[in-house]
Design a protein around this ligand. Structure first.
Ligand code: PLP
Length: 390
């Protein structure tokens, strides 16, 4: 395509997300030693700035791993072989909890939801959770955002329901939801929340974050463990010292993005994501595309069905190759059937305008019939409108 030279690649996948220049610059200093007072101070400062994202008075631990590493740390530090647990599986990541619980010898009751939906729709009542509590589980695992389908589970509502009948540990994978949605661990009675660096925190992949409630710390499992030994990490990280060599440069970058979000105010950061989600949903549906997550949309990613006469894989590659707009396709059973438009972390309004423009162009190129500019108009109108309410 002509003009390729002038196309800058833009990320619209739900992680990795765009990285602000100041964080890129901070992450280039390769001269920092992790057994130094300067690094200890940075790590502690990051832990303190992370805590409000989790909504807990406990300081989260910073681990060097992708998000899945921290999911595994949660599961192995909180459960013993043979424990009964409940898993909510509404997509690829819910299914990851299921696979993991099977790999680590748990007796698992799985609540399977139709992909693209949550509780309270499609005849999937919240009572499915209450029913599963009859197995007297040690822990319940679910996602805040099911990133594979663009659905947000109502964490507060689910936690309240569990707390009415059970003191099971509530463990939430918030890898793609922190910064995009509020999380109030202490107020909602949540025992463990996990997140990752390459999503709402706007730095590259390689760090994960995990916070445990007082109750969870008091009831750690007896399993053997080594790399992901949370008690060992907790003891060291009290003074900023990690058990192993951490991804030092990512901690430097994280300090910058956490500082930027702290200055902006966490409520404003969440509102930024909500406005983007509302605008993108208005845009996509204005040209007749069918949204997933109709009732409980994620603020981080909008998923929509690819029209029947269009090849989903071709649409995603057209976006990427011809417009340098990196969208995500569907995974597993949704492969080729949906497109995911991420709006997470350090994107700005003009980024979603560009993304919507690229989507229109690619849809036209792939043969979808609609009036060019219609979804852009819906996007702009929604964004102007929501400025008055959010
Ligand atoms: N959980 C959720 C909800 C996610 O969105 C992701 C990544 O997309 C993960 C877990 C896995 O994280 P990672 O790929 O960093 O291991």
């Amino acid at each position: 395509m002509s003009g390729m030279l002038f196309n800058r690649q833009r990320l619209y996948c739900p992680g990795p997300t765009p990285i602000p220049q100041a964080a890129v610059a901070a992450g280039m200093d390769a001269s920092i030693y992790h057994r130094s007072d300067a690094f200890y101070k940075d790590l502690l400062q990051c832990r303190e700035m992370l805590a409000p994202f989790f909504g807990s008075k406990e300081l989260p631990l910073i681990l060097t791993s992708s998000g899945t590493g921290a999911l595994e740390a949660a599961l192995t530090n909180l459960t013993d072989v043979g424990d009964s647990v409940v898993v909510i599986d509404a997509g690829k990541f819910g299914n990851r909890w299921l696979k993991m619980s099977e790999a680590f010898g748990l007796k698992t009751t799985c609540i399977s939801l139709e992909w693209g939906t949550s509780f309270g729709e499609n005849g999937q009542d919240y009572s499915l959770i209450t029913d599963a509590l009859s197995t007297n589980p040690k822990a319940i695992f679910f996602q805040a955002n099911e990133t594979s389908t663009g659905v947000h589970h109502d964490v507060e509502k689910i936690a309240k329901l569990i707390r009415k009948d059970s003191d099971a540990l509530i463990v939430v994978d918030a890898v793609s939801s922190l910064a995009a949605h509020a999380m109030k661990m202490d107020d909602w009675g949540i025992d463990c929340v996990v997140s990752g660096s390459q999503k709402g925190f706007g730095i590259p992949a390689g760090l994960s974050f995990i916070s445990l409630s007082e109750k969870a710390w008091a009831g750690l499992s007896k399993r053997p463990r080594f790399y992901f030994d949370l008690e060992k990490e907790k003891n060291g990280q009290k003074t900023g010292s990690t058990a192993w060599t951490p991804a030092i440069t990512l901690v430097s970058a994280l300090k910058v993005t956490l500082g930027l979000m702290t200055d902006a105010g966490l409520d404003n950061v969440v509102a930024h994501h909500k406005r983007a989600s509302m605008a993108v949903r208005a845009a996509v549906s204005s040209i007749g595309l069918d949204l997933l997550g109709k009732q409980n949309p994620s603020h981080a990613v909008t998923a929509f069905k690819v029209p029947a006469n269009i090849d989903g894989a071709k649409l995603v590659s057209c976006l990427r190759d011809d417009y340098k707009a990196v969208f995500a396709g569907g995974q597993n059973q949704l492969k080729g059937k949906i497109v995911r438009f991420g709006h997470l972390g350090f994107f700005d309004f003009l980024d979603i305008v560009s993304g919507t423009g690229a989507l229109e162009m690619a849809l036209k190129d792939c043969g979808y019939e609609f009036e060019l500019g219609r979804s852009l108009s819906a996007l702009l109108n929604s964004y102007r409108q929501s400025a008055k309410t959010l």
